[in-house]
Design a protein around this ligand. Structure first.
Ligand SMILES: Cc1cc2nc3c(=O)[nH]c(=O)nc-3n(C[C@H](O)[C@H](O)[C@H](O)COP(=O)(O)O)c2cc1C
Length: 349
């Protein structure tokens, strides 16, 4: 197992069965997606509770001045941990933002015993999502020229709703609105030296965080431009300028929350994780897209497209895999810097 930081409260180290189950779940949750792979979370396991804390030192000052995407990333990690616990047959009780004086404490997850005993029905779904956690990756490559089955989109909507946010699948006739919003966001961000500097600082190979340049998609015309990590794809928007257009069968969906406060952002993150894992469980591929919500005017365009109801928190691109080979892996920070386990004093010392 990866190294974990143990905080020894007594003279010897002992971790309870609940602590061990929470540790396993939290380690699995380190694979959650995050904005620019900043992995802005810290977990502390103490007795039968795991605390999820936002790591503000990893907030992106230009891309994410309010910490919305940081909180959303932590919400995705929270959902991953819940899935891992459920797949292990453990019931979990989650308290959101439990301390008004400590807003960076986003959630506590309490191990509430075996799910069956706690009255929760154990289904095969958590196992399916847990398997998806192991293979999910952000896939920015063009998808196959095959339609995403409507039944799969229905399952994604249901997964998002169950996790606390609405998923609006963009109708083909509204795709141009998403394309305009994404193109506008790309133009605004690329013109901002602070954005370019922040992106340059986080796109790097060989580190344990950030986005490796090898995971970026090749530039080229697409119906909806996606984030350009390479700095060379300034003409991605030129879909109507001719040439071979890739990714024509990708579907786009927008996660929407009722409010626009930290509690809503956590829900959006949980829903993003639920959507991505459900898609992968169904053999589909997906890539999150936040540039369209980072630029206020682009976010407002999405909101108008959705009838001015709710707050767009995130967009997702979904499609059928064009190739069976997996996209490249993005690394993770070592658990010694992200997970702390408070060990109980051993009774036999
Ligand atoms: C809140 C959030 C925003 C993201 N925004 C984008 C984006 O705009 N474009 C993109 O290509 N990937 C985006 N991603 C995907 C991350 O870059 C990706 O999760 C991270 O690099 C780790 O890689 P993995 O998902 O393959 O594990 C986002 C992920 C999250 C959670």
């Amino acid at each position: 197992m990866a190294a974990i930081q143990y905080t020894d409260r007594g003279t010897a180290v002992r971790v309870t069965p609940a602590g061990r189950a929470l540790t396993q779940a939290v380690l699995a949750a380190l694979g959650a997606p995050s904005i620019l792979n900043t992995q802005p979370w810290h977990w502390r396991i103490d007795g039968d509770t795991a605390q999820l804390r936002a790591d503000r030192g990893r907030q992106l000052a230009t891309i994410d001045p309010d910490g919305r995407l940081l909180t959303l990333s932590c919400g995705a990690a929270l959902h991953h941990a819940r899935v891992a616990l459920a797949a292990d047959g453990v019931a979990a009780e989650v308290a959101y933002l439990p301390d008004d004086d400590d807003p960076d404490l986003l959630a506590t997850v309490r191990h509430a015993g075996p799910a069956a005993r706690a009255g929760t029905t154990v289904t095969a779904e958590p196992q399916r999502l847990r398997r998806a956690m192991g293979i999910r990756r952000t896939d920015r490559r063009p998808f196959a020229d095959l339609d995403v089955p409507e039944a799969a989109l229905d399952r994604l909507r249901a997964a998002a709703t169950a996790a606390g946010a609405d998923l609006h699948v963009v109708r083909p006739q509204d795709l141009v609105d998403v394309a305009v919003a994404a193109g506008h966001a790309a133009d605004v961000e690329r013109a901002d030296p602070a954005y370019r500097a922040e992106l340059a600082a986080w796109v790097r190979a060989g580190a344990e965080d950030g986005v490796p340049p090898g995971t970026a998609a090749a530039p080229g015309p697409r119906p909806v431009p996606i984030r350009d990590f390479t700095g060379t794809a300034a003409d991605q928007v030129s879909v109507y300028a001719g040439g071979e257009v890739a990714d024509r069968h990708a579907r786009y969906a927008v996660l929407v929350t009722r409010g626009d406060l930290p509690r809503d952002w956590i829900a959006a993150g949980e829903a993003l994780s639920a959507v991505l894992l459900t898609a992968v469980g169904d053999g589909l591929a997906a890539s999150p897209m936040s540039d369209v919500v980072e630029v206020p005017a682009a976010r407002a365009m999405l909101r108008r497209m959705l009838g001015d109801v709710g707050h767009p928190a995130m967009a997702v691109r979904i499609g059928v895999l064009a190739k069976l080979d997996a996209p490249p892996v993005t690394p993770r920070r070592r658990s010694v810097s992200t997970v702390e386990v408070v060990a109980e004093p051993s009774p036999d010392r």
